[in-house]
Design a protein around this ligand. Structure first.
Ligand code: PLP
Ligand code: COI
Length: 342
């Protein structure tokens, strides 16, 4: 298959680009219908639909890669299928059966094959599944009709620095999620709640906000669009918290760390423990593993620094390289994380 030669693959940012097709499926009368292929970038939504009023919206994010062998690989699609089910149950939407999810993902990737960035470009095809409540009603209750759709878009690095250290900010006056709230699900409202702090961070020269636990403001939670990990005396430490999104990338990095003989601890991390860490990073599908060279706890007037401003630390680099190699098919997929699209 020819790739789209008009795209400057190496200089793509993390943004939306129109592709050829998206795929859609409707839930009605208690069941999911047929998969539809659409060329339209628009949806026709009732003005009283629950997604517009009461935030019944959930989404996912994953990536497809073109390998050196020319094959298309989708990374850990099954985990995203499970997570969107948890998100759906979390805010009372119709869960998407795993086989429907994976059939639609494979279909939309194949249909837009010419938008998959070539091997070596550093870019990938971002896959964005989303589900919305469609029933027209004014009372606060779950919809009975839903639309699930998936579009794709070729993307470059989420942070313009790429695999280079960034700075993140802690602002104690904002939370993105409540202790027993929706932070553990991929719900659109969580991102609305993060916009104000996120824009402030960007305007003050930070790549992202690092949130503390919303109850005590004592432990590290996660970044706006990514989980957090640090390397402390050779150990991979990452927060355990009920208000963060369980990241597929973090889960994968933990396994890779273990494979490399690196000890892993998933537990509450007090902010003061950062002084004992040599490396820090934010990790996610979009962020991959982005090193953090400095965390400013702005209102507290404290800063934590890690390694150099120009280069990722050795453990983060090792983990990043192994993850990318598995995604691209350069190293064996020993944990069956990759789905090859024929
Ligand atoms: N945390 C938040 C709030 C996110 O939006 C994301 C992105 O999906 C992540 C963590 C990372 O999750 P994953 O690695 O599954 O992409
Ligand atoms: C992802 O990493 O897939 C995300 O969803 C992060 C952000 C773009 C919301």
């Amino acid at each position: 298959m020819e790739t789209n030669t008009n795209i400057d693959w190496a200089n793509l940012s993390f943004g939306y680009m129109k592709t050829d097709y998206n795929v859609r499926c409707t839930y009605k009368d208690g069941k999911w219908g047929e998969i539809e292929v659409s060329e339209s970038e628009h949806l026709n939504i009732h003005i009283a639909a629950t997604c517009l009023h009461y935030g019944q919206e959930i989404f996912e994010g994953m990536k497809a890669f073109r390998g050196k062998d020319g094959k298309i690989r989708i990374f850990r699609m099954d985990e995203n299928a499970k997570r969107i089910q948890r998100s759906a149950n979390g805010i009372m939407m119709a869960p998407i059966p795993e086989d429907l999810f994976s059939e639609m993902v494979k279909k939309v990737v194949k249909l837009n094959e010419r938008f998959i960035p070539p091997y070596g470009s550093g870019a990938s095809l971002y896959i964005r599944p989303l589900e919305i409540g469609m029933t027209a009603q004014v009372g606060v209750k779950p919809a009975t009709e839903y639309t699930f759709l998936i579009f794709v878009t070729p993307v470059g690095p989420y942070f313009k620095e790429g695999f280079k250290p960034t700075k993140v900010a802690i602002y104690r006056e904002y939370d993105r999620a409540a202790p027993c709230g929706t932070g553990r699900w991929k719900v659109g409202g969580n991102y609305a709640a993060s916009l104000s702090a996120g824009e402030r961070a960007k305007s003050e020269g930070y790549s992202a906000v690092l949130y503390l636990d919303p109850k005590e403001k004592k432990y590290i939670d996660e970044c706006g669009p990514a989980n957090f990990f640090a390397i402390k005396d050779g150990v991979y430490i990452t927060p355990k918290s009920g208000s963060i999104l369980p990241s597929v990338t973090n889960m994968s990095l933990q396994q890779i760390a273990k494979d490399l003989g690196i000890e892993v601890e998933c537990r509450p991390i007090e902010i003061t423990e950062l002084t004992e860490c040599q490396e820090a990073a934010e990790c996610g599908t979009a962020a991959v593993a982005t090193p953090i060279s400095r965390i400013d706890d702005v209102e507290a007037g404290k800063s934590y620094t890690f390694g150099s401003d120009d280069e990722a630390g050795p453990v983060t680099t090792q983990l990043y390289n192994r993850l990318r190699a598995i995604q691209l098919g350069d190293e064996p997929d020993t944990h069956n994380w990759v789905t090859i699209v024929e």
